[in-house]
Design a protein. Structure first.
Length: 360
């Protein structure tokens, strides 16, 4: 009898375990089903929001077009333009609310004047909001405007990030202006100078400008705020390693930061210097790049690039070193606080990247 009772209990436990497994599978299937439906709804809402947002941006452009057309057949300077916008705001305000204020109508007018051809691919991107366009309209340089629109759309910049990029003159800090894309021709890989900046602005690290000579502390801060650093680095960069060890027959060497750029199809080594650039820093980076190419680079990768980030650099050292002719070695300054636009412009004018305004 005891053996029979034991067998009965074992069968009962086995049955219970089977039921639990069945319930577990059912629960997993149900959860997956609910998640799928939830994701469908979320994606639909995002697409609907983007579609409505784009339609409103398009409507603002058309309103600006009509305002300009009404002003003496499209003249930019109409005697009654100010009264026209004020009257329009008054008539539409009660029906459509404060969104059609005098200030906004002026922005719509400027929107049309800035982008008079609606069909141009760079002008209207469905990924961007009206706030993005209001920020870009303040940029005088057309090439810079196109750059900011393309980057903001391609990399999902928030309006706050776009504002930071414009304020820090991200486009002007590139060593070489990006070439305009030709839609009918195959894509041409950018030159390294199109992606490398000077200076790099890293106020997001939260370090004081006089943070001393703690290179490891700077490196740790970059790793802690890696997403922000990648945003500042620009297009195509992905993080690979910190303090990567490269060994030879005679010793071991450690590279501060290693990245890969999928647009350039090459590794990018970064050496951090919390001081002014010295000539031996250039020789060290040259050795790192050659060593990395020999020991780490695969046959499908393009030649490795090296960037020395330093607090300052002497133009004489740059001019009379391999940096002046090398297309693989670069030295860029970095700033730990966000400089004023005037400071940045003065620095870029000194390096003949920007032309100073003519004195009147």
């Amino acid at each position: 009898m005891a053996k029979c009772a034991t067998t009965s209990k074992d069968k009962s436990k086995a049955k219970q375990r089977k039921l639990e497994r069945t319930d577990s599978v059912a629960n997993t299937t149900s959860q997956r089903f609910f998640d799928d439906v939830r994701n469908i709804l979320r994606q639909a809402r995002q697409k609907a929001y983007a579609a409505v947002n784009f339609l409103m941006v398009e409507a603002y452009w058309k309103i600006g077009q009509r305002i300009v057309e009404e002003e003496q057949g499209g003249s930019r300077r109409a005697k009654y333009g100010r009264d026209l916008i004020r009257d329009l705001a008054r008539q539409l305000g009660d029906e459509f609310g404060s969104g059609l204020s005098v200030a906004n109508l002026k922005n719509f007018r400027q929107f049309y004047l800035t982008y008079p051809v609606l069909g141009k691919s760079y002008a209207l991107r469905s990924e961007l909001t009206w706030t993005h366009y209001r920020l870009v309209m303040r940029v005088e340089n057309e090439a810079a405007r196109n750059y900011y629109i393309q980057e903001a759309a391609d990399h999902s910049w928030s309006s706050r990030e776009l504002e930071r990029q414009i304020a820090s003159l991200s486009y002007e800090r590139l060593l070489m202006a990006p070439k305009a894309k030709k839609s009918k021709k195959p894509a041409v890989p950018p030159a390294p100078q199109e992606l490398i900046k000077d200076p790099y602005v890293m106020e997001f690290l939260g370090l004081p400008e006089d943070s001393g000579r703690d290179e490891r502390g700077l490196e740790q801060a970059i790793v802690d705020r890696l997403r922000d650093f990648l945003m500042e680095m620009g297009r195509g960069f992905s993080f690979v390693a910190r303090q990567m060890r490269v060994s030879t027959e005679t010793g071991h060497f450690h590279i501060d930061l290693v990245f890969y750029n999928y647009l350039l199809k090459c590794f990018v080594l970064i050496d951090l210097k919390t001081r002014k650039l010295k000539h031996e820093d250039i020789g060290q980076m040259d050795m790192y790049v050659r060593m990395f190419d020999d020991l780490k680079r695969s046959p499908d990768d393009n030649p490795t690039l090296g960037i020395i980030l330093c607090t300052d650099k002497d133009d004489t050292i740059v001019r009379y070193s391999v940096l002046s002719e090398s297309r693989r070695l670069f030295a860029s300054k970095y700033r730990l606080v966000l400089p004023s636009e005037e400071e940045l412009r003065a620095e870029l004018e000194r390096r003949h990247i920007l032309t100073p305004p003519e004195k009147t």
